[in-house]
Ligand binder design. Sequence first.
Ligand code: AHG
Ligand code: MN
Ligand code: MN
Length: 351
Amino acid sequence: MISSNPSSIAPGAPDELGWTLDRHILERQRHIPGASGDFTGLFQSIALAGRVIASRVAKAGLADVLGATGVVNVQGETVQKLDTLANNVLVRCVEAGGHVCVMASEENDEIIPVPPAYPKGKYVLMFDPLDGSSNIDVNVSIGTIFSIHRRVTAAGPGTEADCLQAGTEQVAAGYIIYGSSTMLVYSTGDGVHGFTLDPLVGEFFLSHENIRIPARGATYSINEGNRMHWTPGVTAWIDTLKSERAPGGKPYGLRYVGTLVADFHRTLLRGGVFAYPGDRKSPDGKLRLLYECAPMAFLAEAAGGAASTGAGRVLEVVPGGLHQRVPLFIGSKDDVADAVRFVQDGAAPGT
Ligand code: AHG
Ligand code: MN
Ligand code: MN
């Protein structure tokens, strides 16, 4: 247990057992008047999918899941075998539970309907089934990101309108990181909590309760290979962080995994800032609002951090399409505020 006191969740904390993810969610749902158990059920399905994907990832080199499928997805990216596997596992784990009315995935052009045979629930699930595809074949951390909304349509099969909601409307968001250990980190807006998978038991146990992002960090995380395309504001910002003009008077360190989940996880625990800015080549950046930016922004804010597009709060962007991209500056509150100042001034502020 990394922080604080699990007995703060509820009386009768299961000391010998520890807090399983299921029990953590159940205890919290009990305090919500009128909770039907749907949310708990949906979460159990997502956690099951995470455990299945984790087990495939752990033996990827033996299980014939490395490499590309030969298909190019709606994002224009080559689909890896593990992208497809993770996508299918998530859909199959969730579709029959009766908790969602529709899903959407980074890997599918259109919304994913719930098959007619299954009941339609009140939630909407959107996900990036496998984040960090370029790291799959080289045994570097990868992840899954998810975002949960309440449906806005009245009943029956969900529609695209249920998916195109601002991030402020999320009821929960989280990710699973397949790293040196597998962790599930989630928030319902009330704290951010991390659970570590015990692979022998096959269960997630609370390991990081109520994670808070430090107000300022000492690392920046950006793909510097794109520097030639950057706007003057981004260039001036990064140059400042790499100099003695950086906050604290000494240069920030650079950390960049190339898997948003891993880069965000480090930033969440240690502070600092991750950026995938818009640039002259790609004004909206690379990362997808619904499957990547909005869920991570929800977690960042719930942990006391911030997430901006450079023009405003990520969570307030109303999506115009399922696969919309937005620039992302996310992490420690003060570091994100600096980035926004530089981006908006177009160069070093005050110069
Ligand atoms: P995905 O594998 O889901 O397509 O996402 C990859 C994303 C994200 O994980 C990461 O932050 C970013 O792409 C890295 O992009 P670059 O290789 O351009 O740095
Ligand atoms: Mn991704
Ligand atoms: Mn992906």
